[in-house]
Design a protein around this ligand. Structure first.
Ligand code: MG
Length: 347
């Protein structure tokens, strides 16, 4: 195996605020794996609050014994091996998993979505995310959302109703809400949830603190809208604690260590009777294609990464009527890789 990587600063169109942070760009590690002449591409999106960085990703890639991965189809074994190399670091593990899925698809001459049994005709619409901001800025950002059938809005500070009322003065599309653990009082939260329901909100991510399982479960029992765990879970093993505490989960490949475990989480959620939103971090077309390949297996999709950023180094995905169109290309179907993109071969 020949490994190359590229550090890339993915710039955001608008400074992005959630309930606890604001940022203007995201460090990305793009990965290219050459497996006996078959090339696969992967991506680690390392939003700062998750704790990974260029340095940690580079150090991890150097610790991996690439010769031990002899067969790029046995993902259960590969993820177990990567977990044995070092704990945590799900984004760099996702980059490896995504590149190997790309290689598998190319060897089998099948699109990744077909390998996972996902029907591209069942692709859910993707939401477009609006961060916490003043009414004027929100009105400005909504102009970028015209091609979307759903808007996702970040709440969790003290102006939640003002933000929703601003959006409702402009559009009546369905809304997803992400509270990012911002609601501390369950009585106020359930009142707000009923009000949000009356405003056409169809799901809510992570209402209360991730460690407050009881509070979130109390809301789940009473909420007329599905409540989803996001910060409360990362890996498959975390899901056992969440049964009953939420109506569903938010799967992100940068937390699940990529496509294999993300798919396992979707299957487990179904077995629990839970719903699934597939989400993303700030990502290029590469990781977005990986998530889009699984999206038809999910209830909802929030894969707006390429629309919120301004220097995607690859060809944009086809997008029509609010949803991605997957092409019948082997592997991920990533297009537009320029020859100079991967200079730093190191093994
Ligand atoms: Mg979220």
């Amino acid at each position: 195996m020949n490994i190359s990587c590229k550090q890339f600063e993915l710039e955001l169109k608008h400074p992005f605020s959630i309930s606890k942070f604001t940022r203007t760009s995201t460090p990305i590690m793009l990965l290219k794996i050459d497996f006996n002449g078959v090339i696969g591409y992967g991506e680690a999106s390392m939003v700062p609050y998750m704790g990974e960085s260029y340095e940690s990703a580079n150090a991890f890639l150097k610790l991996v014994d690439w010769n031990s991965i002899k067969y790029p189809f046995n993902f259960e074994e590969i993820i177990a091996y990567l977990d044995s190399v070092a704990p945590g670091q799900p984004a760099v593990k996702a980059a490896i998993d995504i590149a190997l899925n790309d290689i598998s698809g190319k060897i089998l001459n099948k699109p990744c979505y077909e390998i996972y049994g996902a029907n591209p005709d069942k692709m859910p619409v993707t939401s477009y995310t609006i961060g916490i901001d003043t009414p004027d800025v929100i009105r400005e950002k909504l102009k970028d959302a015209e091609n979307f059938k759903v808007i996702k809005v970040k709440l969790g500070r003290d102006n939640d109703k003002e933000i929703i009322e601003t959006i409702r003065s402009i559009t009546d599309v369905p809304l997803y809400v992400d509270a990012n653990q911002g609601w501390a009082d369950k009585i106020k939260a359930i009142d707000l949830i009923y009000w949000l329901h009356s405003q056409g909100v169809v799901l809510i991510e992570q209402p209360m603190d991730k460690n407050n399982i009881e509070g979130n479960a109390w809301l789940t029992e009473r909420s007329p809208i599905p409540l989803l765990a996001d910060e409360a879970m990362q890996r498959l093993a975390d899901m056992d604690n969440l049964k009953g505490a939420y109506h569903g989960i938010n799967v992100k490949l940068m937390k699940s260590c990529g496509m294999y475990e993300g798919h396992q989480m979707i299957l487990k959620a179904r077995s629990f009777g839970m719903k699934v939103l597939i989400g993303c971090m700030s990502e290029t077309s590469c990781a977005t294609l990986a998530a889009a390949a699984l999206a038809p297996l999910c209830n909802w999709a929030d894969l707006d990464g390429p629309f919120l950023t301004k220097n995607n180094p690859f060809k944009d995905l086809d997008f029509q009527n609010g949803r991605y169109i997957l092409k019948p290309l082997p592997g991920l179907g990533l297009e537009g890789v320029t020859s100079g993109l991967f200079p730093d071969t190191f093994s």
